[in-house]
Ligand binder design. Structure first.
Ligand SMILES: Cc1cc2nc3c(=O)[nH]c(=O)nc-3n(C[C@H](O)[C@H](O)[C@H](O)COP(=O)(O)OP(=O)(O)OC[C@H]3O[C@@H](n4cnc5c(N)ncnc54)[C@H](O)[C@@H]3O)c2cc1C
Length: 299
């Protein structure tokens, strides 16, 4: 019987395991290797690790975790989670099962991109979603924003201070007159034609419409959607928020006693959505682990 099983080996899960290991609580971390920033070469806005490759960040975290006797990492997926506080069973992808007193879900979110040919290949290297993470690297150069208003207008507002110019391209149908006015008011030039394809061009991106192609330094995507990477929240009937994330309290506790959640997949109801960042995920992982340590102490 482990004290805790952490499902997920991104920043949230790694930090949760570190905190538990340091408190001499036996913890098993499971990692299926599907990281939200899996295609990213350099992460940003991470103090003391600004520009570090995420793979290097994870490798360093794992090397540091290996120093703790009570922390174990296995590169296996969790297939199922059943049980209640004090006695959960986690079924692993190798057919084995592990028992644990507490569970921390840190399985993250997956990005469903809009259907624009070429976009998937550029995701994380020249196509992004978050100006805080990847805006500054395009300073003084032209940027394209693809997809739906009003999200596009929000991105334009943030990127307008950084880029030399921003052009908004609709996906599928053209923008309505009202949307066009909103995007222009935010500071963008607005394409009357929908984006057809995106492709690498030099160190930038070629954006093609029916009228021709323009080259920009990078593209930011305003359409698409997020979903839970793993099925556990739905299967366990956890209370969810409108954003599609799991509702948690300040210590990452979900509506199911003994099961916590940390990272992109969860947030407090007071926030409008997940604060998707490496630092925020790690902080949530630490808080969830502290909550677990406290609850075990109270038993
Ligand atoms: C293109 C892009 C660029 C980004 N750039 C930055 C940046 O520069 N700076 C920044 O701060 N943030 C950046 N982010 C956001 C950042 O990647 C996330 O906020 C962060 O990774 C969230 O951490 P997490 O631990 O919650 O989830 P993740 O990092 O997604 O980790 C989820 C973990 O759960 C595991 N998992 C899922 N299902 C299972 C299962 N069934 N069994 C076992 N393991 C499972 C996965 O394998 C993975 O280990 C970027 C995101 C994207 C999409």
């Amino acid at each position: 019987m482990h004290d805790a099983i952490v499902i997920g080996g991104g920043p949230a899960g790694l930090q949760a395991a570190l905190t538990l290991g340091r408190m001499h609580r036996t913890v098993l971390l499971l990692d299926s290797g599907q990281y939200r920033n899996g295609t990213v070469q350099h992460m940003h806005n991470v103090i003391a690790s600004d520009g570090t490759p995420p793979a290097e960040f994870r490798a360093t975290a794992r090397a540091q975790l290996a120093e703790y006797r009570d922390a174990e990492v296995r590169d296996l997926a969790a297939d199922d989670v059943t049980g209640t506080e004090g006695g959960f069973t986690v079924r692993l992808s190798d057919g084995s099962a592990e028992r644990t007193r507490r569970v921390i879900l840190a399985t993250g979110l997956a990005d469903d991109l809009p259907d624009v040919p070429g976009l998937g290949d550029l995701w994380g290297t020249r196509a992004f979603g978050c100006p805080f993470c990847d805006g500054h690297e395009h300073a003084g150069r032209p940027i394209a924003v693809l997809g739906a208003a009003p999200r596009a207008a929000h991105l334009i507002g943030l990127l307008g201070r950084i880029a030399s110019s921003v052009t908004a391209y609709p996906i599928g149908a053209a923008y309505t007159d009202e949307e066009r006015r909103m995007l222009e008011a935010a500071g963008a030039a607005v394409s009357s034609r929908a984006v057809r394809t995106v492709a690498p061009a030099g160190d930038g991106v070629s954006v093609t419409t029916d009228e021709g192609a323009s080259t920009v330094a990078g593209v930011f995507v305003a359409s698409g959607s997020l979903r839970q990477r793993a099925p556990f929240a739905e299967r366990l009937g956890l209370r969810m928020l409108e954003s599609g994330a799991i509702e948690v309290d300040d210590f990452g506790r979900t509506s199911l006693a003994g099961l916590s959640a940390a990272g992109d997949l969860a947030h407090r109801a007071a926030l409008p959505g997940p604060m998707a960042s490496v630092i925020a995920a790690a902080a949530a992982g630490q808080l969830a682990a502290v909550g677990v340590v406290q609850s075990l102490l109270a038993e």
